[in-house]
Design a protein around this ligand. Structure first.
Ligand code: NAD
Length: 463
């Protein structure tokens, strides 16, 4: 097969621009038909999707169904149900200055957009933005991650079969192909992945003043309060579900580290050990309910975090590895120093460090002293602490007494702040991310005030 290069990129974008120019993608019926097709695709190909994710990540089928297929079906259903409402012009008030007048905000599609997605939730992260792009009436090119090759080729096959290929296309490939795509002029680029590549994407977009959404990551902390009689078992299970139950920690909003008080940490560690063993057994390397590490580079990266001298002797649970199977067991490290490697990069894997503080209030300073995370979590029954947390912590999203579930609430925007991202999506926010909000003012010929016309007399100035 011929390699996708800049020339091929230019031909592709021209083709899609021609389709967009025809007005086809703007029509309500087209949008609905494509969303219905996507829904059908998800319904009819569940097993193939499960198999692709087994191949790419050994992802447990339940996680694929719950966090990729069902989430996408919900996004489709919401868009189909709400689309008329989202598309309707929004009437807004006008001011005395323009009297008499009326005004509205009209959502219009941006044009031809590019979606670049990541490997960890390769189906969800590819199609969820595409749903927003279609709902908003755009033509779209999807570039899935080369690190999830089975999913990437399944997406190519299924989108070719189910979707209108004059306006929805997939380009597979790695850095070269993505670079060829980034050389084109897009009307929006939606990127999911790491902050280093995000800077490349944003620099390429800047050349054409192309707006971007950047869905990135970060170190998402969990604060566990020791003083408010929390249900520790429930808290522990929810931390585990958000960490190891989400692609074995390879999720952008997985808990990255825990902060708790010195005296409470041993109790928390005991609870984590008990629940982990009840979920994954005595030999978690063999568990079918844990994804593997995506590839040997990431395996080596995670191993380096564990081999750092600064955390030597800090592992209190797990730490087993099987390089031949790319498996690392759920691992807890206690009292890691803040200047260790593991506390200075996003972990994105099954390692969970705990740092301890004398007073829980100190945890806010710990979090705020680093880059703004994508998510932050707090377990407490203390009303004041909750209020302080919401007021003080700047993160993409916050959850109190659970982890990760804000992702499933389509009325909440999902996105980062600062280093964890630019822009947001999900539900109506996806539609808005791919729309231009056009300001429209209607005036009549009646009431033509002379004040704005020269000569600019002193009397006119007083108004
Ligand atoms: P990745 O390696 O799959 O890369 C993402 C995309 O960037 C891929 O499509 C890849 O082809 C492309 N790419 C890689 N190098 C490139 C280059 N030099 N030039 C142009 N394109 C390039 O995924 P990743 O970056 O390892 O993903 C993990 C990161 O993504 C983590 O930081 C995680 O937190 C974040 N993430 C964020 C979200 C979110 O929704 N906010 C979701 C998933 C992952």
């Amino acid at each position: 097969m011929e390699k996708f290069n800049s020339e091929a990129g230019s031909i592709l974008v021209n083709e899609l621009n021609a389709t967009f120019g025809s007005g086809k993608t703007r029509i309500y019926e087209w949008r609905i038909s494509q969303l219905n097709q996507l829904f059908k695709l998800l319904n009819f190909h569940e097993q193939e999707i499960i198999d692709a994710l087994r191949n790419d990540l050994d992802k447990p089928p339940l996680e694929t169904v719950a966090y990729e297929i069902s989430m996408l079906k919900n996004s489709c259903k919401t868009a189909i149900k709400e689309l008329k409402h989202w598309m309707a012009p929004e009437k807004v008030k006008t001011s005395l200055t323009t009297f008499p007048s009326s005004a509205e905000i009209v959502s219009e599609p941006l044009g031809v957009v590019l979606v670049i997605s990541a490997w960890n939730y390769p189906f969800l992260l590819s199609l969820d933005p595409v749903i927003g792009a279609i709902a908003a009436g755009n033509a779209v090119v999807l570039k899935p991650s080369e690190l999830a090759p089975a999913t990437s080729s399944l997406l190519t096959k299924l989108l070719a079969e189910y979707m209108d290929n004059s306006s929805i296309r997939v380009v597979e490939g790695a850095v070269d192909e993505t670079s060829a795509l980034l050389q084109q002029k897009w009307d929006k680029i939606f990127y999911t992945g790491n902050g280093k590549v995000a800077r490349i994407v944003m620099a390429a977009a800047a050349k054409n003043l192309t707006p971007v959404v950047l869905e990135l990551g970060g170190k998402s902390p969990v604060i566990v309060d020791s003083n408010s009689n929390i249900n520790l078992q429930v808290a522990t299970r929810r931390i585990i579900a958000g960490k190891w139950g989400c692609n074995n920690g390879q999720a952008c909003i997985s808990p990255d580290y825990i902060i708790t008080t010195k005296d409470y940490a041993p109790k928390l560690v005991d609870s984590l050990k008990t629940e982990l063993e009840s979920f994954y057994g005595k030999n978690p390397l063999e568990s079918k309910d844990l994804s593997r590490i995506v590839n040997s580079n990431h395996f080596a990266r995670l191993s380096k975090l564990l081999d750092d001298d600064k955390v030597s002797g800090k592992t209190v649970y797990g730490g087993e590895k099987d390089e031949s199977k790319l498996r690392i067991s759920p691992t807890i490290l206690l009292d890691v120093p803040r200047d260790s490697l593991i506390m200075n990069e996003e972990i994105f894997g099954p390692l969970l460090p705990i740092i301890t503080v004398d007073k829980l209030e100190e945890s806010f300073d710990v979090i705020n002293s680093g880059p703004k995370p994508l998510a932050a979590y707090l377990f407490t029954n203390n009303k004041k602490l909750k209020e302080q947390f919401v007021k003080t912590i700047s993160a993409g999203g916050l959850v109190i007494n659970d982890t990760t579930l804000h992702l499933a609430v389509h009325t909440l925007p999902f996105g980062g702040v600062g280093d964890s991202g630019v822009g947001a999506y999900h539900g109506k926010f996806s539609f808005d991310a791919f729309s231009h909000k056009k300001a429209v003012l209607y005036r009549s010929f009646f009431g033509d005030a002379s004040i704005r016309y020269p000569p600019y007399t002193k009397t006119k100035m007083r108004f």
